[in-house]
Write a protein that binds this ligand. Sequence first.
Ligand code: MHO
Length: 192
Amino acid sequence: MDSAETATATFGIGCFWGPDARFGAIDGVVRTRVGYAGGTKIDPTYHSLGDHTEVFQLEFDPDAIPYRDLLSQVFHSHDPQHQTRKTQYQNIVFAATEDQQAVLDEFLSTRGPTAEGVGTRVEQPSRFYPAEDYHQKYKLRSVSSFMDAFDAVGYGDEELRESPIAAKLNGYAAGHDVAVAEELPSPDRRPA
Ligand code: MHO
């Protein structure tokens, strides 16, 4: 897929390792990266985060997975009635475009009376600072055979972070289902 056809969405729902893997496994999510956003500190780092929040960023194919479906999964992955005090782990949703803002408004309005109690931060996009390499594809990094295979084809840290294959394997390494063909052709029908 051409990256020109993808859209980008950024969310925070606590420690970014888990959602990086879980959302990376979703069919239609092409790339994932984790980082810091939502605050004002320039060049935050994990150990000097300032007022930023841990977030994950998805590049996705909107024909395969609409933004609304991602939003729905984000809202099912945290308790919107409850906000975490620590800025690092707060629940936050960024409306990157007018379209995303419209979907977000519609989504929140259909939540009925509970919409009023939503503590999740809904904000205009702020600068996204990618996190340190060791946080990218964190679950995948614990599987040495996967890492050896990426090393063997010469992937560096940035290539691993941006790799669509690494996004799927990261989800797989964390135990999430990745799409599997329902039926493989029987051996005699496979090309020789
Ligand atoms: N403090 C937790 C979460 C790390 S997450 C990148 C841990 O070390 O497991 O904030």
